[in-house]
Design a protein around this ligand. Structure first.
Ligand code: GUN
Length: 306
């Protein structure tokens, strides 16, 4: 029987903990965690994500401050906002929603964020800490989508040591940090991408596949080994014909869910898999940052989910 990995339920569990930790900090130290969210432009998907982050933050008693800017905003203006947020003692987390409009250098903006407030974990120093691992990882913020994916994976397979993991995609947001996390779990990690030769054959050797490429339903059943565990990070909107015959759209992952289901031992659905975990981990990082800024120890360890 294939297990459906329920990210929605798991994310709710994390958010309950985040709320407890947030409430405790307010009660004991009079500090309420605060996340600043910077959105430049009108990307429809980004607006949806930012809306969801704001709503769920409120449910965890985390304050959000929204900074919405025009599509034509120049880099200096964004950097000025970042500088103000870096210097605002009430702000514990800064998130700049990506992608940014093309006139803005994404790396320059991300690296302008105070590394201690970089709750997305995209700053070069946080990426370096993740890569080095060990004690360094304890001061880092881990990018939210890979962290959420790993938490689901460890809940399904508690011991990942020695397993073959294939990460499909090499982005800074998903593929690269995911591969670092899996290396730290002692997996044997292969990263495949658009230029990889024999991509199907490499995937077919994997005990674990983590797919984050943004190609709708690319991974088919003949790409996977029997009983592989599949973590699908993809969120792709594709056209569909609705039950009443009208045209509409639906959300699918990078994995062909129907096709792969029987052959896998466990799989994340899309939606309802990794997606909700990303926001839960962002809120968790924000509360952790608020604890650190108040001189308190982290409220719990990275993998401490009850
Ligand atoms: N765009 C897509 N995913 C993310 C994310 O996790 N954080 C930010 N800031 N932007 C994104």
């Amino acid at each position: 029987m294939t297990k459906i990995i329920d990210g929605k339920e798991f994310a709710q569990k994390i958010r309950n903990q985040v709320k407890e930790d947030s409430d405790r900090l307010l009660q004991n130290h009079k500090v309420q965690p605060c996340l600043a969210v910077v959105l430049v432009g009108e990307n429809p998907a980004s607006k949806v994500y930012v809306g969801a982050k704001t709503k769920m933050a409120a449910e965890c008693n985390i304050i959000t401050k929204d900074f919405k800017m025009e599509d034509t905003t120049d880099q200096a203006t964004v950097l000025k906002v970042i500088d103000e947020l870096n210097n605002d003692p009430h702000v514990h987390g800064i998130l700049v929603q990506l992608p940014l409009p093309k006139q803005i250098d994404e790396r320059a903006v991300i690296d302008a964020i105070d590394v201690k407030k970089d709750v997305d974990g995209f700053h070069a120093i946080n990426a370096g800490r993740l890569s080095i691992g060990g004690e360094m990882l304890k001061q880092a913020f881990i990018p939210c989508t890979p962290l959420g994916s790993l938490l689901l994976l460890k809940d399904t397979l508690p011991n990942l040591s020695g397993l073959n993991a294939v990460v499909v995609g090499r982005s800074n947001i998903v593929g690269k940090p995911m591969s670092q996390l899996l290396i730290q779990e002692s997996c044997t990690v292969t990263i495949v991408h658009s230029r990889t030769k024999n991509i199907e054959a490499l995937c077919a050797q994997a005990d674990i596949i983590v797919a984050g490429v943004g190609r709708p339903e690319m991974i088919k059943s003949d790409w996977i080994k029997k009983d592989a565990v599949i973590i699908d990070v993809g969120i792709n909107r594709i056209p569909t014909i609705k039950s009443d015959g009208s045209e509409g759209t639906k959300i699918v992952g990078d994995v062909d869910y129907q096709d792969v289901f029987e052959k896998s031992s466990a799989i994340t659905p899309v939606p309802g898999g990794v997606g909700p975990m990303t926001i839960a981990c962002l809120l968790r990082n924000t509360v952790t940052s608020a604890y650190r800024h108040s001189g308190q120890a982290d409220p719990r360890g990275t993998f401490d989910i009850k």
